[in-house]
Structures are given as structure tokens and as C-alpha cells.
Design a protein around this ligand. Structure first.
Ligand SMILES: [Cu+2]
Length: 387
């Protein structure tokens, strides 16, 4: 299965391909099914309902990322071979009522039927989509996804900053018991989510979702929440996070150390990490009714010089002088995290090596193991008699 970021770039290239501005865009068709499987962090195969590309033939949690050029005239085709009615509500987009996907004022797409949602992607921004039939249940079962409207010149909005990449982070949660027994899940106000996700992943599943961000130009984090919980994102100082957009509109720029995201909200946050930055964003999930802290997920962001392809091209770090008696220096470690252990594995140093080297004056004589982040473990000797 493709990763989200691959999906974003492949879909974007399909959609953007030689289309003049304001042309009709015919994206791949969506379909809905109610017999999907989603794997949880512990390997459990959980039943889901959801959306997928017709061409792929399978549904995903969340549904496919929909991307359009700003100004595009879109006809989004939707097939529903599933046994129940569904819709696509384009949450936050400026669609007319007939194409809004709220069944009572728009239309149901009943079992076996197809339909199209016609709209113009008037404003660049971060949006969501979801089924609007028995919404609470269909949402927790997995019928939602994110929509990005972007500008071909890479700017956030007319006259806005250019970004190097768009990173969709769709927050959501689910209650395992509901997915296992949708019919027995009522009443909805008793629903208590117990899986907390970003792009459908939780816990160790997120370890592979590392974002490599330029220190030269901003990266746009596209944040949206389909969760029942309130999300609070914490942005460490080294990320230089700024809020630029909300709900598809420009907002006064705000330097962020944290951002609260309530269900259904969308924000665009720019980050531009310092050289050598290796950290990320912590997202806390909190119950909307009683404030119970449900979970924290960690989203790793590293400055792009730490990308394995970059790191591998560097020479192996060298520790010198070796043996060392007072201070030891290491090459190729500027801005990088370093760890040093004794020969029996006791950690004696972690952090960045100071400009004048590590002071080993008080260290025991002997062999030490050392690692510059992302590189092989090497070794050096401390011997106080040497000069
Ligand atoms: Cu539905």
C-alpha cells in the first residue's frame, strides 16, 4: 500500500499534469465499502467502513487524500457498491447545497448507485471529507479523509509564502468495540474512543512517518481533525512553527508553541527547523467531555540534512586524538546527536559535542564506544598518560 506522502505526490502529479488553470479536473473516482480491514498497532485486524480509489479496489483508513489545484472545476465521481447509503460531505469547501453531501438537503447515494459531486476549489487550504449518513457511526467506522487545495506555484495563498512540501496530518480516533459491533454501538454519547491516530496510524506505526524538513524554506503541515477528542499539538522551539491558515483562509501569523484542534477544524502550520534539528510534534488527545488525557502520539520531524541519503554520503566520523587524555573531538558531527558508552555499555555522554570537544579528563581509562546519530558505532580510547 502506498504511503500518504507518496499518494500526495502521485495524485498531485496526475491532477496537475498539463492542466491549464481553472480547467476541469477529473480526479480518480472514489467508492465506498463496508467490508474493509484496518490493522492496529498491536496487529489486530479491525473491521472498517470507508472510501478508496475505484482503481485500487480497496478502502483505506483514512480514505484517499484528495488534492486539487486552486480554482479547479471538479467533478468527483462516487460509486457506492456497499449495502447501505453513503454520501461525501466536503467539509469546509465552498460547495453549493446540492453538492454538500448532507442527505436531507443534498442526496443519498444508495446501495448500488453512483453520483458526482460538482464544485469549484475556490480557495487553497486544508479541508476534510466524510460521510454524512448517521454521521457519528459512519465516521467512527472510518468514512473520512482529507482534502488539500494547493497552488501550482507552491505558495500558500496569493502573495503568501512558498512552501517546499505539504505534509498532511489527519488526526482521528475510533472505538474498537463499535467497529467490532456497529449495530450494538448505540447510544453514540457513550462512545469512548480507544485508538488515537494520525493518518490512520498509532504508536509504533508512526515511527516510519518521519518528516524531513528544509531549514531554508518552510514545510506546510496540513492539520485536520476527525477525532472525537480534542487534540493539542506541541511545537518545540527549534521547529519555528507558525500558524498561517485556518479553514481555507489566511489568518494573522502567530508563532506557535501549541495549537488546539477541535473536531472538524483544519489549520495550516509552517515549520522551518534549525539545521540539525531532530525532534517533532507531540499530539495529545483529550476527551471532550471530561478532559481525560487519552493518549499522546509523537510525530518525528528532522532537518533534511539528517536524511539517511545525506548522512550516508558523509565520511565516517573520526575521533581524535585517539587515544585521548583531555579533550576528544569528532569530525562530521556538527549539529548532530552523539552518544558515548563505556565498553560495558554504560552511557557516559549524550548530546552535541561542544566546539572544543568532549572533556574526558575525569573519565576512566579504557575503550569507549561512540556513535554519531545515523552512523555506525565506532570506538576510541581514553588514556590519561598520553599527550
Ligand atoms: Cu456512510
Amino acid at each position: 500500500m502506498m504511503k500518504w506522502k507518496d499518494l500526495l505526490s502521485s495524485v498531485a502529479s496526475v491532477v496537475v499534469m498539463s492542466m491549464p488553470a481553472f480547467a476541469q479536473q477529473v480526479p480518480p473516482s472514489l467508492f465506498s465499502e463496508m467490508d474493509g480491514i484496518h490493522f492496529l498497532d498491536d496487529g489486530t485486524a479491525l473491521p472498517i467502513w470507508g472510501y478508496g480509489w475505484v482503481a485500487d479496489g480497496f478502502i483505506t483508513l483514512p480514505g484517499p487524500l484528495l488534492t486539487y489545484d486552486e480554482g479547479a472545476v471538479v467533478s468527483l465521481a462516487f460509486e457506492n457498491p456497499s449495502p447501505e447509503s453513503h454520501t461525501i460531505h466536503l467539509h469546509g469547501l465552498d460547495v453549493d447545497q446540492a453538492n454538500d453531501g448532507v442527505p436531507a438537503t443534498s442526496f443519498f447515494v444508495t446501495s448500488g448507485q453512483s453520483a458526482a459531486y460538482d464544485f469549484t476549489a475556490t480557495h487553497s487550504g486544508t479541508y476534510l471529507y466524510h460521510c454524512h449518513v448517521t454521521t457519528t457511526l459512519h465516521l467512527t467506522m472510518g468514512m473520512y479523509g482529507m482534502v488539500l487545495v494547493t497552488r501550482p506555484d507552491g505558495t500558500l495563498f496569493e502573495g503568501g509564502p512558498a512552501v517546499t512540501q505539504n505534509v498532511p496530518w489527519l488526526f482521528s480516533d475510533l472505538e474498537v468495540a463499535t467497529n467490532l459491533d456497529p449495530v450494538g454501538s448505540f447510544p453514540f454519547h457513550d462512545m469512548r474512543p480507544d485508538v488515537f491516530m494520525v493518518n490512520g496510524k498509532a504508536g509504533s506505526q508512526l515511527a516510519e512517518e518521519v518528516v524531513y524538513a528544509s531549514a531554508e524554506e518552510p514545510t506546510a503541515l496540513r492539520l485536520g481533525s476527525m477525532a472525537y477528542s480534542k487534540i493539542t499539538c506541541h511545537f518545540p522551539e527549534g521547529l519555528n512553527a507558525e500558524l498561517w491558515m485556518s479553514d481555507g483562509r489566511e489568518v494573522p501569523v502567530e508563532v506557535l508553541d501549541s495549537l488546539e484542534i477541535y473536531p472538524g477544524e483544519r489549520f495550516t502550520v509552517l515549520v522551518q527547523p534549525e539545521v540539525g534539528y531532530d525532534g517533532g510534534v507531540t499530539a495529545a488527545f483529550e476527551h471532550m467531555v471530561d478532559g481525560y488525557e487519552e493518549a499522546e502520539e509523537f510525530l518525528q520531524i528532522r532537518e533534511e540534512s539528517l536524511h539517511p541519503s545525506q548522512v550516508a554520503s558523509l565520511d565516517e566520523p573520526t575521533w581524535y586524538p585517539n587515544p585521548a587524555s583531555h579533550n576528544i573531538q569528532v569530525t562530521e558531527s556538527t549539529g548532530r546527536f552523539v552518544r558515548v558508552w563505556t565498553s560495558v555499555g554504560e552511557l557516559v555522554f549524550e548530546g552535541q559535542v561542544p566546539a572544543n570537544g568532549l572533556d574526558v579528563t575525569s573519565w576512566d581509562e579504557g575503550l569507549y564506544l561512540a556513535q554519531v546519530e545515523g552512523r555506525d558505532v565506532t570506538r576510541f580510547v581514553v588514556a590519561h598518560g598520553v599527550r
